[in-house]
Design a protein around this ligand. Structure first.
Ligand SMILES: Cc1cc2nc3c(=O)[nH]c(=O)nc-3n(C[C@H](O)[C@H](O)[C@H](O)COP(=O)(O)OP(=O)(O)OC[C@H]3O[C@@H](n4cnc5c(N)ncnc54)[C@H](O)[C@@H]3O)c2cc1C
Length: 376
C-alpha cells in the first residue's frame, strides 16, 4: 500500500510504525511542518493500562518509552495549603519531545519516510496519489478543515483559559492545586516528567482571567503573576515558558470519521480535556486500532469501516468522562467552600467513572480518613 500521513505527532508516527512493522513493503510517507526537535508543551501522562496496550503493539518502542518514565501512584489535591494524597492510581510521565524522538527514531529504523519542515496545503493531489491518506495533523487539522463537508466536525471552543508551563519544582505525583486571590480561582495540574522538570498547566474561568488583567499583560508579566498565585507551591522555582500562551480548550468531534481513502486520527478526530490526561494515549490507541483494522483486510473502505465501528464507542465513552471532568474544573470556584478532604473526594469522582467503592479499593486509608465513620 502507499500511505500518506499529514502530521508527525504521536498519532501519525505511531500509525506509520505499526503499518510498516506489519508489512515492510508498504510505502509510507509522513509530512510534518515542524523540525524533529520542535515541540509544544512539556510532559504527557500515560496510565498503566495504556502501557500494556503499547507493549502489545510494539515492544521495541514500549521498552524505550518506559526506560524514560517517571512513575507514581498518587494524586495529590492541594486546597487551603493542605495536601491530601490519594494512592492506588497508576500513572507515568514522559517529556513530549522525548516521546516524539523515540517514535521518530523507530519510524526511521523501519523505513518510514519522514519529511520535516514540510507544511502541506495542497491536499487533493497528495490524496489522489496514495491508497490511504491520514489526517493526523492535530487539533487544528488542515485535513479536517479542507474536507469539512465530508467529516462534518462539531467544534466547541470552551470559555475557560489555560496555559501550559514547565517548572523545575518537582511534583511527585499528579498534583491538582487550587489557589484563590482577588481575581478568582486558579487550578494547576502538575507532575514530574523527568528528573528535573514538571509540567505545570494553569487554568481559570473567563471572569477570573478578565479581572486578573491577562488580556493586556505581557508574557513575562503573565508568568510572574501566575508564579505569584502559586508561590507557596513553586518553592521559589520560576515558571518556564515554551512560547506559552493562554488557550481556550477546543472540544473536537466529527460526525464522519472517513470518506473515500481519507481518515482522521488523534486530536484531528477528537479531543479530550487535559484534566483527564489522555490525549496522547487516545492518539496512539487510535493508531493501534487503525493498524489492526488493516490486518483483517487490505480493502481500504472495509478497514476504515471496521476501525470506526471498533473505535467510536471507546472514544465516545472517553469524551463523555472528559466532558464531566472539564465541567468540574470549569466550575471549580463553586467547590472552594469544601474542606480539603471533601474537595479531594469531589475531584477524584468528578468524571463519574470513579465511584466511592473504587476509591475504597484504591486507597482505603484515604476513605477511612474522610470521617471516623468512613463517609462524608
Ligand atoms: C494543555 C495540554 C495538556 C495536555 N496534557 C496531556 C497529557 O498529560 N497526557 C496526554 O496524553 N495528552 C495530553 N495532551 C494532549 C496531547 O498533547 C494531544 O492529545 C496529542 O499530542 C495528540 O497527538 P496527535 O498526533 O493527534 O496530534 P499532535 O501531537 O498535535 O500532532 C500533529 C502534528 O501535525 C503537524 N501538522 C499540523 N498541520 C500540518 C500540516 N498542514 N502539514 C504538516 N504537518 C502538520 C503538527 O506540527 C504536529 O506535529 C495535552 C494537551 C494540552 C493542550
Amino acid at each position: 500500500m502507499r500511505i500518506t500521513i499529514i502530521g508527525g505527532g504521536p498519532a501519525g508516527l505511531y500509525f506509520a510504525i505499526l503499518m510498516k512493522k506489519a508489512e515492510s513493503a508498504h510505502r509510507i510517507t509522513i509530512y510534518e511542518r515542524n523540525g524533529p526537535d520542535d515541540t509544544f508543551g512539556w510532559g504527557v501522562v500515560f496510565s498503566g493500562k495504556t502501557l500494556a496496550n503499547l507493549r502489545a503493539a510494539d515492544a521495541e518502542s514500549h521498552a524505550e518509552i518506559t526506560r524514560e518514565f517517571e512513575a507514581w501512584d498518587n494524586v495529590d489535591v492541594v486546597h487551603r495549603s493542605e495536601k491530601i494524597s490519594i494512592h492506588g492510581n497508576s500513572f507515568s510521565g514522559i517529556a513530549r519531545l522525548r516521546l516524539l524522538k523515540i517514535l521518530q527514531q523507530r519510524a526511521e529504523e523501519l523505513g518510514v519516510e519522514v519529511n520535516y519542515r514540510t507544511e502541506i496545503q495542497d491536499l487533493e493531489s497528495l490524496r489522489n496519489d496514495c491508497d490511504l491518506f491520514v489526517g493526523a495533523d492535530g487539533v487544528n487539522s488542515t485535513v479536517r478543515l479542507r474536507y469539512a463537508q465530508k467529516f462534518k466536525p462539531d467544534l466547541d471552543v470552551r470559555a475557560h483559559r489555560y496555559i501550559w508551563y514547565g517548572t523545575n519544582q518537582l511534583f511527585h505525583g499528579l498534583t491538582l492545586t487550587f489557589r484563590e486571590n482577588d481575581a478568582g480561582t486558579f487550578a494547576a495540574h502538575s507532575y514530574k516528567f523527568n528528573k528535573t522538570t514538571s509540567t505545570f498547566i494553569v487554568e481559570c474561568d473567563p471572569q477570573t482571567w478578565e479581572r486578573a488583567g491577562f488580556a493586556t499583560m505581557s508574557d513575562e508579566d503573565t508568568r510572574e503573576y501566575v508564579a505569584n498565585v502559586f508561590t507557596a507551591d513553586l518553592n521559589g522555582n520560576p515558571l518556564l515558558s515554551n512560547n506559552s500562551k493562554w488557550i481556550n480548550f477546543l472540544l473536537v468531534k466529527n460526525t464522519d470519521w472517513f470518506f473515500d481513502n481519507v481518515v482522521l486520527l488523534g486530536d484531528a478526530l477528537h479531543t479530550a480535556h487535559f484534566s483527564i490526561g489522555s490525549g496522547t494515549k487516545l492518539a496512539m490507541e487510535d493508531a493501534i486500532a487503525l493498524a489492526q483494522a488493516f490486518q483483517q483486510t487490505t480493502d481500504v473502505k472495509q478497514a476504515l469501516e471496521s476501525f470506526t465501528a471498533a473505535r467510536r464507542p471507546v472514544i465516545e465513552d472517553y469524551q463523555a468522562a472528559a466532558f464531566e471532568s472539564m465541567r468540574w474544573f470549569e466550575n471549580a470556584a463553586q467547590y472552594m467552600h469544601l474542606s480539603p478532604m471533601e474537595l479531594a473526594l469531589s475531584v477524584m469522582m468528578r468524571s463519574g467513572r470513579v465511584s466511592y467503592e473504587d476509591l475504597k479499593k484504591r486507597d482505603p486509608e484515604f476513605i477511612a480518613k474522610l470521617t471516623p465513620g468512613g463517609r462524608l
